[in-house]
Write a protein that binds this ligand. Structure first.
Ligand code: AMP
Length: 308
């Protein structure tokens, strides 16, 4: 079933220990859509500027992603400048130029209205809330955010959190949002803010899912589940790892009939697999070349290295 994703469609200028790239195609919605497209239909809502060319759009449409909801506005696209030179597990934001996103007011195309799954990718929580309110009948809502919004836009973010079935954030964001340094207590506090389930990403060390009694609608509070990551020889550019994880995770869920604990756990593994491809090259390069056979091969590998 189809996923509607709203989030940044951007150009990224990146510096990692492997090198530098200027203005490569990126954005949370872009990475998410590419990863999820291997599992289900994906529809994007976002805005781009005059620098977004047909060749950029073709990166998405080549994977069957529906770009009808990407609005064009006068000016430049969102531009993020980040560095991983100090720490490959933590992006250092050098500049965030909202550009056309500053004036964006999301509109859902009529052809998107029957989407069953909504993903609120990383973007201003005011925009996330606007899209959520225009899609009142979805089966499930998942979302992401980052320190930029947790800090200065907390009140707006808290409104979005109340709407979420699943929130995906990293360790530092979980600490920042909850004010707790212990992982388990931080997770409990975050779920008290609204999300029924929480996924905390630990960079190269995997991700942990935390559940509440509301996670599967049966009142049962389950133990956390941890998914490993693929041991990789080289990480060239971690940008988009989290969004690709989210795309694999949510894409798999949308491809299944119901959300069971087993579907959730399997989806975590597919999330890890998609994140592992994203980091092997700069920007979207590696995901563009990924095949379904490679995905299944890595999924089997991940099971093998983490089961008795
Ligand atoms: P991640 O998957 O966490 O590495 O996300 C990387 C993507 O997030 C990049 O492609 C950026 O364009 C995008 N990004 C960075 N900062 C922001 C922001 N404040 N709002 C929305 N998207 C952002």
């Amino acid at each position: 079933m189809a996923i509607l994703v709203v989030g940044s469609v951007a150009f990224d200028s990146l510096e990692t220990p492997s090198g530098k790239r200027e203005r490569v195609l990126g954005g949370a919605a872009t990475h998410f859509a590419l990863a999820a497209s291997f599992f289900t239909d994906v529809r994007v809502v976002g805005v781009v500027g005059e620098d977004f060319l047909p060749a950029h759009e073709a990166v998405l449409t080549a994977k069957g992603v529906d770009t009808t909801g990407i609005e064009r506005a006068p000016g430049l696209s969102f531009h993020w400048t980040g560095s991983y030179v100090k720490d490959l597990n933590a992006a250092d934001t050098l500049a965030t130029d909202l550009n056309v996103f500053a004036e964006f007011s999301p509109k859902i195309p009529a052809s998107y209205e029957d989407s069953d799954y909504l993903f609120l990718a990383n973007i201003d929580p005011v925009l996330q809330a606007q899209v959520r309110s225009q899609m009142p009948h979805v089966k499930m809502v998942a979302g992401d955010t980052m320190n930029y919004w947790i800090g200065a836009h907390r009140e707006n973010l808290l409104k979005v959190l109340r709407e979420l079935d699943v929130l995906l954030i990293n360790d530092a964001e979980a600490r920042m949002l909850s004010g707790e340094s212990n992982g388990l207590r931080a997770a409990e506090k975050v779920m008290e803010l609204g999300p029924k389930s929480l996924i905390v990403k630990h960079g190269e060390y995997g991700a942990t899912a935390y559940f509440s009694a509301r996670s599967f609608g049966d009142g049962v509070a389950r133990r956390p589940f941890r998914s490993p990551t693929m041991p990789l020889g080289e990480v060239m550019d971690p940008t988009g790892a989290g969004d690709s994880f989210a795309g694999g995770f949510y894409g798999y869920i949308a491809s299944q009939k119901t959300l069971t604990p087993e579907v959730f756990r399997t989806a975590m593994f597919y999330g890890s697999v998609m994140g592992s491809f994203a980091v092997e090259q700069f920007g979207t390069e590696r995901l563009q070349k990924t095949t379904k056979a490679e995905i299944e091969e890595r999924f089997a590998h991940l099971k093998e290295i983490s089961h008795l």
